[in-house]
Design a protein around this ligand. Structure first.
Ligand code: ATP
Ligand code: MG
Length: 201
């Protein structure tokens, strides 16, 4: 699961755990992006803070790991480079799942090398209960029939209303974020005074 993770929250964690269980996945890597090409420079917290919050949030799950690979690679982050790197690290028979929210899944089809991505991993997109996934499939214009190995799946998760942008705004406005993020992440945000200024970019 890749993301800006600015900050990581229970929406990410609940989704990853549900997908892990559903597809019997051995390890979930949470991979904070370096500089995302579609987000303005300076609009995103420094990579080290985002990585540390991801590490804190994933510690209590034995299947969850925080990965520095995109941050350490430097430059703009393209997901396809990450998938290629993972293919080299893991043994050839390893199935790679790409976990996203439905929003990111939809946007992905405008990404650099979307076709290669589709060929390289199985996608699981988290949808809201009742969300029209047929509508989503129609909008992306591909079906599992086009991809014989059923390369994408949708899974309903209950925590989709949580977002990092809402959490940042809550911090700016002095509203609580307790129970939206793990306590260690809440403490980190407080201690390092993240998200106190007006959003830049
Ligand atoms: P922002 O509000 O800044 O866009 P975000 O909450 O969407 O942040 P990201 O780091 O951008 O968090 O998202 C990383 C991945 O997690 C994306 O695939 C996104 O679709 C997914 N995601 C985000 N929020 C949720 C949620 N509440 N439930 C499930 N998946 C989510
Ligand atoms: Mg988002």
């Amino acid at each position: 699961m890749g993301g800006t993770f600015d900050p990581i929250h229970y929406g990410h964690l609940v989704t990853a755990e549900a997908v892990r269980h559903e597809f019997a996945i051995d390890q979930v890597l949470f991979i904070p992006t370096g500089q995302p090409p579609h987000k303005a420079l300076g609009a995103v917290s420094d990579a080290e803070s985002r990585y540390l919050m991801t590490l804190l949030a994933t510690e209590s799950n034995e299947h969850f790991y925080a990965s520095r690979m995109e941050i350490d690679r430097g430059g703009f982050t393209y997901t396809i480079d990450t998938i290629r790197a993972l293919q080299k690290i893991y043994s050839p028979g390893t199935e790679i799942f790409f976990i996203t929210g439905a929003d990111a899944f939809y946007q992905m089809f405008g990404w650099h090398n979307a076709e290669e991505l589709l060929g390289a991993c199985t996608f699981v997109a988290a949808t809201r209960p009742g969300y029209q996934k047929e509508e989503l499939i129609r909008r992306i214009g591909v079906t599992n029939q086009d991809h014989p190995r059923r390369r994408f799946h949708f899974l309903e998760v209950p925590a989709l209303a949580i977002s990092s942008s809402d959490i940042r705004e809550r911090v700016r406005n002095g509203r609580p974020i307790k129970y939206l993020v793990p306590e260690a992440v809440e403490n980190f945000i407080k201690k390092h005074r993240l998200y106190r200024e007006e959003e830049k970019g």
